[in-house]
Design a protein around this ligand. Structure first.
Ligand code: ADP
Ligand code: ZN
Length: 608
């Protein structure tokens, strides 16, 4: 195909992918890379990163090499491209030698637009020699944050990718990621030698995702209420910290009528992949998983992401919640969190084998996460601020929708801090709260803590209220949990001015967790996602969904690879009766029109 030009790129976008126009910075990126420039692209999940390298790869001579750590998903990515008529293949350890030879030959002969490779494969002498002997259009380095040693997806091979710059100085490179605070951003540029690349930073906001963080009472039960009331029949992801909890939670959901599967790194590979593929292909599975699950999962219709445990950092939280609502339709990010989470995460940092510098960074990341949980303001403002972007209160998060009531907590905090001080900073949360509340326990008598001046001065508050105060005080950095000393609570230097009454402090008023109301009306209608379809349109849409399930099964691809919900909704509204009418619908390119057009037109005809 010819060389770069705006109209040619647009032509490909319209005819191949079926979209009328580029979004946001896509056009500028495509233009730059097609012309041979390097780019560093930071865009939130679902914004459309793939087209930024797919279209330049098609426009430029030679094959575009996509470096991706996601071996398990390469097949689906290649299938999706085949569906729109793009010549793509992959090279990874799952294929036979003969198959790999066949693909290598196609690369050498320039018979492909795109080839996906895992980084460890790319770095082999054989693969590098292959690419040196071939015509390479560009290198796209996907999930580029994997290069960050401080991050949670660190892959050592990624660091070695700087070799691309040395061995292929004339081939343009584009690095892409959806997670990047300032530090990671700098690391990507430096380690991949992309300092002189043009940087494209999109807004990280995901306005269709509603953020909600609730006080943990009984996590599993709260989760079930949440799913039943807002997401019956929806696809979703539930994140847990441990493998054991993953399995228990999946079993619990199944017992209560929610179709759930488990995924964690300790499971047998075959079972894990089977579960992943069912989640991708079927319409309404809840995946309960550790964070081992999800990178590169581009299922567009995940309607919720729930966290039963506190994530380690805002990057992790944002990346995981970002897997909801990639199709732009309303979605929920829900989390339950309690004091125990804070203690547990602190302990994990303290007990890790890492060096002090690493632990310090992890501690700061956790502090930022706690700040998000305890904020009195808009969650989205906090999140975007973390990525260096300013915004206004969003109206689509729990703190915007029912603002927490704050009060002057100086005296309450003084009571807590002085109790910690008076028990010599040697006791954990349970004991300190019992002293505050004036409870008669054996341990208290043993240590004669009933004689302390603070014994019982907090009897007006419940245990849960005191836990909430303690969490906030930890989030504010006034108290630390010492995991080397049985989780004893210790005061920090920042606690002093408050103890001396020199500083006031605002606290969030405690709200008792309420059971979510179950609002299932009909069996099929979803309370949460407003579809905006008339009755007839809904009937057509349902029919299309059935058609899509069968077609996906026949072609052995995930349903969304055929058409997204949004495209089918548009079809249901437009009711095209000819191929020409069908062509104007977003998401319908030439190849799909050719493959499915007649079937769709016939199906619509039945409703006229
Ligand atoms: P990311 O990799 O950034 O998470 P994808 O590349 O998977 O996002 O794109 C997300 C979705 O948006 C895909 O379904 C894609 O087809 C769609 N999309 C991308 N660009 C456009 C566009 N210009 N117009 C309409 N839809 C688009
Ligand atoms: Zn908000």
């Amino acid at each position: 195909m010819g060389n770069s030009s705006g109209s040619t790129a647009l032509h490909l976008l319209q005819t191949v992918f079926g979209y009328p126009a580029f979004r946001g910075q896509q056009a500028a990126i495509v233009d730059l890379v097609s012309g041979g420039g390097d780019a560093l692209v930071l865009m939130p999940t679902g914004a459309g990163k793939s087209l930024c390298y797919q279209i330049p790869a098609m426009l430029r001579d030679g094959v575009g090499v996509v470096v991706s750590p996601l071996i398990a998903l390469m097949q689906d990515q290649v299938d999706a491209l085949a569906e729109v008529g793009v010549r793509a293949a992959f090279l990874n350890s799952t294929q036979s030698f003969d198959e790999a030879m066949r693909i290598e030959r196609m690369v050498r002969n320039g018979e492909l637009d795109l080839v996906y490779v895992a980084p460890e494969r790319l770095l082999t002498p054989r693969c590098l020699a292959l690419f040196e002997a071939s015509n390479i259009a560009l290198f796209a380095i996907d999930e580029a944050h994997c290069v960050s040693q401080w991050g949670h997806d660190f892959r050592p091979e990624y660091i070695k990718l700087s070799i691309l710059h040395e061995r292929f100085p004339d081939v343009p490179r584009i690095a892409l990621t959806a997670t990047a605070d300032q530090q990671t951003r700098a690391e990507i540029a430096q380690r991949l030698q992309l300092e002189s690349a043009e940087m494209f930073v999109s807004s990280f906001d995901r306005p269709n995702i509603r953020y909600q963080i609730v006080e943990k009472a009984n996590g599993r039960k709260q989760l079930l209420d949440f799913i039943e009331s807002e997401h019956a029949g929806d696809a979703g992801i539930v994140y847990c910290l441990s493998r054991k909890k993953v399995e228990e939670t999946a079993a619990f959901l199944n017992e209560h009528g929610v179709a759930a599967l488990a995924y964690h790194a300790g499971m047998e590979l075959a079972v894990r992949s089977k579960n992943q593929s069912r989640f991708l292909r079927e319409d309404s599975i809840v995946m309960v998983a550790t964070i081992a699950f999800g990178m590169g999962i581009d299922k567009p219709d995940v309607r919720f992401v729930a966290h039963l445990d506190l994530p380690k950092s805002i990057e992790g939280y944002y990346q995981e919640t970002g897997r909801a609502g990639r199709d732009g339709q309303p979605a929920n990010a829900w989390m339950s969190y309690g004091l125990q989470d804070v203690v547990q995460q602190r302990r994990m940092i303290d007990e890790s084998e890492a060096d002090e510098a690493y632990k310090r960074v992890q501690g700061q990341k956790l502090d930022a996460m706690l700040g998000l949980c305890e904020t009195l303001g808009c969650r989205r403002v906090r999140l975007l601020d973390y990525f260096g972007q300013t915004s206004a209160a969003c109206g689509n998060c729990d703190t915007c929708q029912s603002p927490p009531v704050s009060f002057d907590g100086s005296v309450v905090v003084q009571k807590l801090l002085s109790t910690i001080y008076r028990v010599d900073q040697r006791f954990g949360a349970v004991h300190v709260i019992e002293v505050l509340r004036g409870i008669d326990t054996e341990k208290i008598r043993q240590w004669r803590h009933e004689q302390l001046s603070t014994f019982g001065i907090g009897a007006d508050r419940s245990e849960a209220e005191w836990r909430a105060v303690l969490r906030q005080v930890i989030a504010l950095g006034l108290v630390q949990v010492d995991s080397d000393a049985y989780n004893a609570l210790k005061l920090t230097d920042a606690a002093r001015p408050i103890l001396r009454g020199e500083q006031t402090i605002l606290l969030r008023r405690y709200e008792k967790p309420v059971k979510q109301k179950v609002s299932r009306s009909g069996s099929k209608t979803k309370g949460y996602v407003e579809t905006g379809l008339s009755e007839l349109e809904q009937q057509i849409f349902d029919k299309l969904r059935w058609w899509r399930v069968e077609t996906a099964r026949k072609h052995n691809v995930p349903a969304y690879v055929i058409f997204h919900d949004a495209t089918m909704r548009d079809i249901a509204k437009a009711r095209p009766l000819s191929l020409a009418q069908m062509r104007s619908i977003a998401g319908v390119g030439e190849k799909k029109l050719e493959t499915y057009g007649d079937e769709i037109v016939t199906l619509i005809g039945e409703f006229s």
